[in-house]
Design a protein around this ligand. Structure first.
Ligand code: FPP
Length: 253
């Protein structure tokens, strides 16, 4: 808790913000444009949000860029989203690194094309020493898939006698997730007016605040980000306990 902050009052800026970037298709449709134009403009919103988040002092920004369910989209759209990730990593890496951003990619890697996998590994290695904001790109990410992969690894460790079943607890399980070394998100934002979690950070967002905005992702700008942060500050987090005012009423505060 920062100086001058009262219990139940939010830190000015959450340290980890995660975003479900939704509404690219509708943005394009509303303008009579092809869906891929919505995704292209979505990449611009992504770049803008990375800059704005770093500028506002957010320490970790996680962006849901391609879900394990997105493979069900038409092949041309899947291929376009892969191309956007390639462009993003190839074109923006130098700028991200100059801004001291550390890039991390979470999600299953076995389905990625070999060249894309190499790019991802290169982006992570090249920015590993950076000490500014951590940009986590969730790509081919699905929370259930992540949890199953983690359970499988732990089961293999138990079968090989490396660990005992009793040693598996919430904290050791957390550490083996793709996000192992990252703090849990305090705020999850979803754009486009949808109010679902869609298999995103199910474990990690156990205590997160959710802010849903009607803004379509390609229109998401600094004002929309600041409005989500303001909404977060108005919320009171209790982690299963009592709010400060209620605690006073029962004489425990
Ligand atoms: C949701 O819009 C968005 C996505 C499925 C992908 C998010 C991708 C970007 C923001 C572009 C940048 C991408 C990468 C890979 C760096 P939607 O198509 O589901 O929109 P709709 O619900 O309106 O159809």
């Amino acid at each position: 808790m920062s100086v001058g902050q009262r219990p139940g009052e939010r830190a000015e800026i959450p340290s980890h913000v995660a975003v479900i970037m939704d509404g690219n298709g509708r943005w394009a449709q509303l303008r009579g444009l092809p869906r891929h134009e919505g995704h292209r403009r979505g990449l611009e919103a992504l770049r803008r949000t990375v800059k704005n988040a770093a500028d506002l002092g957010i320490e970790v920004l996680t962006l849901y860029s391609f879900s394990t369910e997105n493979w069900r989209r038409p092949a041309a759209e899947v291929s376009f989203l892969m191309t956007l990730l390639r462009h993003f990593v190839e074109k923006d890496l130098a700028e991200l690194s100059a801004a001291n951003v550390r890039v991390r990619v979470i999600g299953g890697r076995e389905d990625l094309a070999p060249d894309l996998l190499r790019l991802v590994e290169h982006a992570e290695a090249a920015t590993r020493g950076n000490t500014g904001m951590i940009l986590v790109v969730a790509f081919n990410y699905g929370s259930r898939d992540e949890i199953v992969r983690t359970a499988r690894q732990l089961a293999a460790d138990v079968a090989a006698g490396r660990i005992s079943p009793a040693s598996i607890d919430e904290s050791s399980f957390s550490l083996r997730l793709d996000t192992g070394d990252l703090p849990d998100p305090e705020l999850v934002i979803r754009t486009s007016g949808e109010t679902r979690i869609s298999n995103f950070l199910l474990w990690q967002a156990a205590y997160a605040e959710f802010v849903f905005t009607p803004v379509l992702w390609p229109d998401f700008d600094r004002a929309a980000l600041e409005e989500a942060l303001a909404e977060y500050r108005r919320r009171e987090r209790r982690f299963g306990g009592l709010a400060e005012s209620s605690a006073r009423n029962v004489g425990v505060a």
